[in-house]
Design a protein around this ligand. Structure first.
Ligand code: GDP
Length: 466
């Protein structure tokens, strides 16, 4: 989408369908006059000189000039609005036809259709929010779990932007000193000066690294972790699936091999989002349908980001369990071994348990069928593996997007190279170039130097009306 800041855009900003009220949003230089042309305040006056940010009741007219509804209009004047432009929000009754009529009326009175995310894009271009804040708005709208809401809410409030800004400020002080040294070579920076610059560069690199280390948790919350529950038939996979999802969505029976297809569910578990699948029991079978299920299960395990391998603790390891242990040993992703049926007693031998421990990131004990703690031990393991136990989602700076990670990695590399260069006594202008690279990468992370193509990609992910 091209920049078309001179135009006035309109969109229905509430979800499609029947509702109590709907909001039509208009933004751009003619926003107030468009709204005014289709609205008569009940108690006199005109929207043109109405006070900003105050709801005004009146009659709304359709594109032919006939009254079609009564509602409230709020006007906002640049730059004190979401987009930073003159804006108007028309709240009408939320019927499908009336909402559409009011929207069409805005178009008939001079507004053009807004593209996806165009309101937020304008807010970003007009300096009302940074790029990570704008990205967070998108995530907040999509948030369907408490963790996703808290993560994006924190970023909308500027948690990530402020952290990046602080690093950029330190780097700027280093760059000022470096520029001075280049401009006035006769005034030697001195050993102390160089040490201080080196220290600040190192500290900045550490701060970037700390921010990078939050990516795993941020991504696990925003995208979710592809997780698979596997194990031979009858160990309690379906019972565990039901325990984790809190529903009886998987069929639990004592007949081996009942889960032939793959069940999927997204759950909020251990402070992150698990995209959980329950697979067919992996065992040696001649049944064609079951074989297909088992093949699918194996593919699911290979593609998973977290493997939850279930064993029946009331029995010793079978050949099929040992096959699974072998598979686990070849996988690099985190693996949690769940020893189930602890209520019937543990009959697993010490060496069998050690074998499982060797190939697993964590081993937990549950009683899937009778558990009344909702799998707390398993939740703690998930939380530890994905770092959500060490993070305060409301106040910490947490990145979640691969774009943010890539830019920060670039900044980190340049900062460490710059720190090494000054330590090695390399020429000052070489250190300066590296510091400039780091600054450029920081600016790209949060929007001050982002290419239009990237900006377009980010806002294309939004819905219309936001
Ligand atoms: P799957 O084939 O691996 O999915 O196993 P299911 O979840 O269908 O369970 C198989 C059988 O084991 C069922 O009869 C369950 O009730 C039983 N079961 C599952 N978990 C437990 C447990 O923790 N304790 C006991 N005693 N039985 C369990």
């Amino acid at each position: 989408m091209q920049n078309r800041l001179g135009t006035t855009i309109a969109a229905i900003s509430t979800p499609r369908g029947k509702g109590g009220i709907a909001v039509i949003r208009i933004s751009g230089p003619d926003a107030v006059s468009v709204a005014s042309a289709m609205f008569t305040p009940k108690f006199g006056g005109s929207l043109i000189d109405a006070p900003a940010r105050r709801a005004i009741f009146g009659t709304i007219f359709d594109s032919s000039g006939n009254p079609c509804d009564e509602g409230m209009v709020t006007v906002f004047r640049a730059p004190a609005s979401f987009t930073g432009e003159d804006s108007a929000e028309i709240a009408c009754h939320g019927g499908v036809a009336v909402t559409s009529e009011v929207y069409m009326s805005a178009l008939a009175h001079g507004a053009v259709q807004a593209g996806p995310g165009e309101f937020t894009r304008r807010a970003f271009i007009n300096g009302k929010m940074s790029l990570t804040e704008a990205e967070a708005v998108g995530l907040l709208i999509d948030a369907d779990t408490k963790e996703r809401m808290q993560l994006s809410g924190g970023a909308v409030r500027g948690n990530v932007s402020r952290a990046i800004e602080r690093i950029a400020e330190d780097l700027l002080s280093v760059m000022t000193a470096l520029y001075a040294a280049i401009d006035y070579p006769e005034e030697d920076v001195g050993d102390d000066g160089e040490r201080e610059i080196g220290n600040t560069l190192k500290k900045s690199a550490d701060k970037v690294s700390a921010l990078l280390s939050t990516y795993k948790t941020g991504k696990a919350i925003s995208d979710g972790v592809r997780s698979v529950i596997c194990g031979r038939p009858n160990v309690g996979k379906s019972s565990l699936f039901n325990l984790m999802t809190g529903e009886d969505s998987a069929i639990v029976t004592s007949i081996a091999g009942t889960t032939r297809d793959i069940l999927r569910e997204t759950v909020s578990f251990g402070g992150v989002t698990l995209r959980l699948s329950d697979t067919a029991g992996i065992h040696r079978s001649d049944d064609t349908v079951e074989k297909m299920g088992i093949d699918r299960a194996n593919r699911e395990i290979e593609g998973a980001e977290l493997v939850i391998a279930v064993f029946d603790g009331s029995e010793g390891l079978t050949d099929e369990d040992r096959d699974l242990v072998k598979t686990l040993s070849t996988l690099t992703q985190p693996k949690i071994a769940v020893i189930n049926k602890t209520d019937i007693g543990t009959n697993m031998k010490r060496d069998e348990l050690e074998l499982i421990e060797q190939v697993s990131t964590r081993v937990v004990y549950v009683c899937a069928a009778l558990d009344n703690t909702n799998g707390q031990e398993l939740e703690a393991a998930v939380s530890e593996i994905f770092g959500s136990d060490k993070i305060d989602l409301r106040s910490d700076a947490i990145i979640w997007d691969v774009r943010q990670r890539e830019k920060l990695e670039k900044a980190y590399i340049s900062l460490t190279k710059a720190a090494t260069a000054i330590e090695n006594g390399d020429p000052i202008d070489c250190v300066c170039t590296l510091a400039e690279d780091a600054m450029a990468a920081l600016n790209e992370t949060d929007g001050r130097g982002v290419e239009e193509r990237i900006v377009n990609e980010i806002f294309a992910r939004f819905c219309v009306g936001k």
